[in-house]
Design a protein around this ligand. Structure first.
Ligand code: TTP
Ligand code: MG
Length: 389
């Protein structure tokens, strides 16, 4: 039996952080705008399409961006607003599409297979895109095809503010003229290797024996060859919002001392934040679990701006704990759980002075990887260390 054709839409907001800034200050519209860190040490988070004309792009050092486009308006960014709009778009999609995956702060895959029986998938996609634009005011582009990677490329080709459909059977027609650099995962090094082999377009890849590709670029060769031939996954990860990460600790002796409890909370949050960064995720929800000595257990959670930074998570964990804990009552277990996880495919934390913080945490993570988690601790967790079971 032939597998039915899949209909996969990929959505990605256009110059997302800047688009939010424009909603907050419409006078920025049409101007070269950069969201990023300081001119000395920061990098560009993103920029408006007007600034892109000057060659500015994400992850470029701010110093270079300012040389290329000195007239640009530079903003430091506001994480909580971006999280709010990201959630708004997620809610609109969730209401209209049962099978969808949030692939990053501003991109989504939706499986519309089956809906073609009731509505045209093209019309459904266009209507959904228009609804997002109308309700939130944010420009968004999308691509519709039979596989995730083709739809993502179609979105990029449609940007800014466009829609591109690659109908079933037309995959090669669309893919073959494209440069290999348009394929997600072809890094700078692979690109050089392939170009040395005189392979420049997807057609060149498709017409090269797969064994030759494998011998030059390893296992990635087959996956690239498959892509060039229009073969790719259409599987939507639907349980992305049910996954969570947690750390908890049962104490030898029940605790009532606030300082000790706070220091335990910091330790647990540090550990789970480390897990989060190791898994290259951001979290949008934090929960604190308290088990009293009589085994009564309470869990309180709070939605937060997407983050992977220790200090923001620790602050929230402490807030939640302080509100939930009945002071003086002995505690036998504490836990911290992070949920609403989204891939950290972007350097989301790079606004304000977060780049430096993230680098610091990453450096600490590296030491923990090398020497174990006990190697580095914050001062507060060293001072008050209760016995663990
Ligand atoms: P992208 O979707 O990659 O970029 P974009 O939305 O700004 O522009 P477009 O999609 O139209 O090309 O990333 C989404 C947001 O993630 C972006 O607005 C800012 C943030 N980001 C960073 O902070 N650092 C980065 O290196 C990248 C790529 C994105
Ligand atoms: Mg985007």
């Amino acid at each position: 039996m032939q597998t039915p054709v899949k209909h996969i839409v990929h959505f990605d907001l256009d110059s997302f952080f800047v688009a939010v800034e424009i909603l907050l200050d419409p006078s920025l519209k049409g101007k070269p705008v950069i969201v990023g860190g300081s001119a000395e040490r920061g990098v560009v988070s993103t920029c408006s399409y007007e600034a892109r004309k000057f060659g500015v792009h994400s992850a470029m050092p701010m110093r270079k961006a300012m040389q290329l486009c000195p007239q640009a308006i530079v903003l430091r960014g506001q994480g909580s607003e971006y999280s709010k709009y990201s959630r708004w778009v997620t809610d609109i999609i969730a209401e209209k599409v049962p099978l969808f995956e949030k692939a990053s702060i501003d991109e989504f895959y939706c499986d519309l297979t089956g809906m073609d029986k009731f509505f045209g998938v093209t019309k459904y996609t266009q209507d959904l895109r228009n609804t997002i634009i109308k309700e939130t005011g944010l420009p968004i582009s999308c691509g519709l095809s039979t596989a995730k990677f083709i739809s993502k490329i179609a979105t990029n080709e449609a940007k800014p503010n466009g829609f591109l459909q690659v109908p079933p059977g037309k995959e090669k027609e669309f893919l073959w003229p494209l440069s290999i650099d348009k394929i997600n995962g072809v890094g700078a090094q692979t690109s050089i290797t392939l170009k040395k082999m005189n392979l420049f377009t997807m057609k060149d890849i498709a017409l090269t024996p797969v064994e030759v590709l494998e011998s030059k670029i390893g296992s990635w060769g087959r996956s690239l060859w498959n892509k060039a031939n229009g073969i790719g996954s259409a599987e939507i990860v639907t349980d992305w919002d049910q996954k969570s990460m947690s750390r908890e600790n049962t104490f030898h002796e029940n605790l009532t001392n606030m300082e000790e409890l706070y220091s335990q909370l910091v330790r647990l949050t540090e550990k789970v934040a480390y897990d989060l960064r190791s898994d290259e995720k951001l979290s949008g929800c934090i929960a604190v679990k308290i088990r009293y000595n009589d085994f009564e257990t309470i869990t309180r959670q709070e939605t937060i701006s997407y983050t992977s930074l220790d200090d923001l998570l620790i602050k929230k964990a402490k807030d939640i704990f302080t509100r939930a804990y009945e002071k003086g009552r002995p505690i036998r277990l504490l836990g911290v759980r992070l949920s609403q996880l989204i891939p950290f495919t972007i350097q989301m934390e790079l606004f304000n002075n977060n780049a430096q913080k993230l680098n610091l945490y990453k450096a600490v993570d590296d030491i923990k990887d090398k020497f174990g988690s006990k190697a580095v601790k914050k001062a507060v967790t060293v001072k008050n260390k209760p016995k663990e079971k």
